[in-house]
Design a protein around this ligand. Sequence first.
Ligand code: NDP
Length: 337
Amino acid sequence: NRRVLLASRPEGAPSLENFSFEDLLATDPAEGEVLLKTLYLSLDPYMRGRMSAAKSYAKPVEVGDVMEGGTVAQVLQSRHPGFSRGDIVLSYSGWQSFSISDGSGLRKLDPSLAPVTTALGVLGMPGFTAYSGLLTIGQPKPGETVVVAAASGPVGSLVGQIARIKGARAVGIAGGPDKCAFVHDEFGFDAVVDHRSADFAAEIASACPNGVDIYFENVGGKVWDGVFPLLNDFARIPVCGLIAQYNHAGDSFPGPDRLPGLMRSILSKSLLLRGFIQREFVAQYPDFLRDVSAWIASGEVRYREDIVDGLDNAPAAFIGLLEGRNFGKLIVRIAET
Ligand code: NDP
């Protein structure tokens, strides 16, 4: 069993030295357990938080422990009444090639309904994040303008496509011409702006001639600075992620204190800023699976996956995710069925 461990806590951006590899013999399952072979590992931005000791909504991974993560796995041996050899399951078995489970938290997947990798992306946690955050907090109405960054990724791409299904205008923000073209041409956003452009603030303003009614916040930083002045009265801001600052320790940044201006706008424009962690909305999961599966089947929702081969490449792929080097939902293929 090959495993990727957290070797040390990163300061700033993670590097390959923060990860180490370990090979152990895979053990047999005890009564009531299953032995799982990992097929696919999901790499997600939240893992940067788990590498840090700073207090957050979930416990950090301890130094020397296996990196956490969602996986799609196959049951190799079962001594559990609910699972048979060959079953494909959604699991949370982390960055390793085999694992033992007592069955809790496993969900059987039906490969005939959808490619199993979608359980880590558009039909999994990131897709659910987009669905629940946009519909519950954002509440898009026909004719409104919805802005979202990281628009080629699994969360942002679905936010924009659902916004359009609800009759709103979707404006995406992405890094570089290839991602921008894809977001416009394949995901069908009405307009796309490159956040790396020197004129980002002017370009996002001209892409939103009627202002912004919903800003689905995925990144923070300069993107926030560009969108913030465009917010309309009663704008809703689901605060989903702040990836631009995940590599920055602490809460203070150099520069003048801008909190008074932010608070004044929240008050005078009656803004709604609402942070959320997707699991808060878990009761909506059946609705999510029903709606998004139907939208995929009808062609109203498309998705893109970026599949990297081999567990040994997981650390470099994860470091790239924080720098925007992934193009679509980042998944590592660990083994074939
Ligand atoms: P993506 O697959 O979209 O990958 C992250 C993307 O963020 C990169 O590809 C890059 O895209 C963009 N990015 C990175 N750094 C910056 C930066 N400094 N400025 C602007 N963009 C940047 O990720 P996900 O779709 O999985 O996640 C999107 C966001 O949603 C993240 O912030 C994540 O933490 C959050 N999230 C929150 C959840 C919750 O429950 N609240 C659950 C799941 C995700 P580009 O090249 O286009 O800039």
